[in-house]
Design a binder for this molecule. Sequence first.
Ligand code: NAD
Length: 346
Amino acid sequence: MPERFLVTGAYGCIGAWTVRQLVREGVEVIGVDAGDDDHRVRELLDAVEVAAARFVKADVSDPAQVADVFALDPTHVIHLAALQVPGCREDPVLGARVNVVGTAALFAAALAHGLSSPIVYASSVAAFAAADGEGHVPTDPSGQPETHYGVFKIANEGTARVFALENSLASIGLRPSVVYGACRDTGLTSATTAAMRAAAHGSNYTIPFGGSCEFQFAPDAAAAFIAAARAPFTGAAVVNIPGTTLAIEEVVAEIERVVPESAGRIGFEGPPLPFPEALDSSRFRSIVGTVGVTPFGQGVAETVGHFRRSVNRVTRDGRRAQSLVACGGRDTAAASDSSKGPPWPL
Ligand SMILES: NC(=O)c1ccc[n+]([C@@H]2O[C@H](COP(=O)([O-])OP(=O)(O)OC[C@H]3O[C@@H](n4cnc5c(N)ncnc54)[C@H](O)[C@@H]3O)[C@@H](O)[C@H]2O)c1
């Protein structure tokens, strides 16, 4: 039977990159999202590619809507739909409904459907506490994350484990760290991509955190989710995705190397993120296999190139404002030297 991928959160950053890779492989895709904002899909796929995917509006926290989606008979499931750290902080009840109830609904529907491939879902580095990384590179979290979002991700890992224990439903949870690249425009850690956009647009930007963290280029993260969905696996595993660990200082230096004229315009200040700066991804390699890790400098160059093309495209056809909104673009070129990124409270 040919592959038919169900991708939830398809209008999100990793979702849009996932849909793009699958469509380019010629694979059938059902993209599910509760929102109407498809700007990332339109930014990353051309019109023919967008038309090749099927998009369905559905709320993953509503079991009836999830059941309707499974009636489309997917062979593989990648569950990405979620509220991120700021959304869960603003409304923990909604966060729990989407992130926890939504994941339970997906698993229950996959079980009822008789899904034979492992259901693949996004956990997060935020499932860890910052202290989990002290003195070593951890593989699994201690269970004491410092955000509601992290607590919900831990709950989902438990949900997956119990579905495997009680129902033999196979799953692989992936814990991305800081995903960067075109169309990474929401969430606590999107500031590093915002800095690349600012450099491309000749603007000023201050990344509102310091320390070191592990980075995954968005297309690499998408490829990791797709590879996991195709892995012959039974049981419930949660794995960390291979990436590149860098200090924020090194991120700024890399941006300046790619965009020399941004020197002195991109900075950072604030405490480190409340997560370990590196995770052990050896379990990913043993369960899923080897996936590519784009060198960080190349990822920055491709991302800057994307933002430059976005500006040029709309400047040419006179729809400048519209284009700058695409992928979170904000033209802050005219802003004062003290313009800063979003003041994410840690
Ligand atoms: N981006 C990162 O750095 C990162 C890091 C760790 C984990 N993750 C996880 O990876 C997944 C994808 O991340 P992303 O950066 O693409 O997120 P995103 O915020 O860009 O996209 C999430 C998508 O989910 C959709 N959504 C929200 N509520 C929904 C609902 N009730 N039903 C259906 N769709 C709904 C949104 O409309 C959005 O399009 C998420 O689960 C996230 O927690 C991301």
